[in-house]
Design a binder for this molecule. Structure first.
Ligand SMILES: [Zn+2]
Length: 151
């Protein structure tokens, strides 16, 4: 996983950073993200259950990557999983997320990442509702919610 690592000198250019998040260095992430966001997105951390601000959010709108702004999930596919984390049965577009096997902590899980910037979002499980049967278990700290306009 080195997709966001590039030449450090060019990555320092603020202009380029905003245009191509994939070039952002870990040092820059540390400056632009809060400690909690950095822990979740860049260190693959997990926020405590029921602690995140979007777990119980039922408003209509979209959820984007907190690190790069890429649109990831919609309230249309959000459901109450009872797990304590925002849960979705599908991403907005499956191309928006990347999935990788994660065997850490002695568990076989599938990690969900933002395809655009490589940030860790959460995990996906096979016990979700129809029509996909998937449960994208995502950290609130990795998301930014934008309410549907016109309301
Ligand atoms: Zn991202």
């Amino acid at each position: 996983m080195a997709i966001w690592r590039r030449d450090r000198n060019s990555a320092r250019e603020e202009k380029e950073r905003s245009e191509t998040p994939a070039s952002t260095t870990e040092d820059e992430w540390r400056k632009t993200l809060t400690a909690e966001q950095f822990y979740v997105c860049r260190m693959k951390g997990t926020e405590p259950p029921f602690s995140g601000k979007y777990n119980a959010n039922k408003a209509d709108g979209t959820y984007s990557c907190v690190a790069c702004g890429s649109e990831l999930f919609s309230s249309d596919t959000k459901f109450d999983s009872g797990t304590g984390w925002p849960s979705f049965w599908a991403p907005v577009e499956k191309e928006q997320v990347a999935m990788e096997a994660d065997d850490s902590y002695g568990m076989r899980r599938v990690e969900v990442l933002c395809r655009r910037c490589g940030s860790h979002l959460g995990h996906v499980f096979n016990d979700g509702p129809r029509p996909t049967g998937l449960r994208f278990c995502i950290n609130s700290a990795a998301l930014v919610f934008k309410a549907k306009s016109g309301e």
